[in-house]
Design a protein around this ligand. Structure first.
Ligand SMILES: CC(C)(COP(=O)(O)OP(=O)(O)OC[C@H]1O[C@@H](n2cnc3c(N)ncnc32)[C@H](O)[C@@H]1OP(=O)(O)O)[C@@H](O)C(=O)NCCC(=O)NCCS
Length: 175
């Protein structure tokens, strides 16, 4: 369809490490995804920490267009999802799931035993996505976002196990 060609949805989904050259697209998605998105300076700082081995960031793209991104922070044997977002016009097409799939494998390859994240109590769609990847709610940080919206803390343990490999293998990703 012409609409698919224009939007790039006819192209294969590629996930690759985030580079500075991606930031224009990444920051545009960030600003439309969050009330108070990360600044350019914060993205640069995070990419600096990739070089130091304490972070990993990836972008998903179709053709040249970056349509999503996500990242991890590593602490001892845990990984923390710092951010994940998909361009508005590419949502509900499996891009977020493909990013989570890649993040899971990055965390496993890094030797992590568990991964965790915070999600807005109001973001039920994102919570559903995370449950698919084995995350369960473990607590609430009250008024965490904009001093108003609660964060639900979610954890997923045992990511080095065969059971978790089976769970990942069963998730259909279009990557
Ligand atoms: C959360 C987000 C990354 C999901 O990306 P996405 O590419 O739309 O997600 P997917 O298409 O891979 O969704 C996979 C599954 O997650 C669930 N899901 C995702 N978004 C959903 C929504 N808005 N409502 C209900 N379920 C949703 C569904 O089960 C979906 O499968 P389905 O489409 O077959 O029903 C995206 O909505 C986003 O960028 N939101 C703004 C930023 C944000 O809130 N990030 C999370 C911070 S914690």
């Amino acid at each position: 369809m012409l609409a698919d060609i224009v939007s790039g949805t006819d192209r294969p989904l590629v996930i690759e490490p985030m580079r500075r050259k991606h930031l224009t697209h990444v920051e545009a998605i960030e600003q439309t995804s969050y009330v108070r998105g990360w600044s350019h300076r914060l993205f640069l700082s995070e990419l600096d920490q990739v070089r130091e081995g304490t972070r990993w960031y990836g972008v998903s793209r179709r053709g040249r267009r970056v349509i999503g991104y996500g990242g991890l922070l590593f602490t001892s044997d845990e990984a923390h999802v710092t951010n994940i977002a998909v361009a508005l016009d590419h949502r509900r097409r499996g891009v977020g799931a493909a990013l989570m799939h890649r993040l899971a494998h990055v965390a496993i390859d890094h030797g992590c035993e568990a991964w965790t994240l915070e999600v807005r109590a109001t973001s039920t769609g994102a919570q559903h996505l995370y449950r698919t990847f084995g995350f369960v709610p473990a607590g609430v940080r009250q008024h965490y976002y904009e001093n108003a919206v609660d964060a639900i803390v979610m954890w997923c343990h045992g990511i080095q196990t065969l059971e978790y490999a089976d769970l990942l293998a069963a998730i259909d990703v279009s990557e």
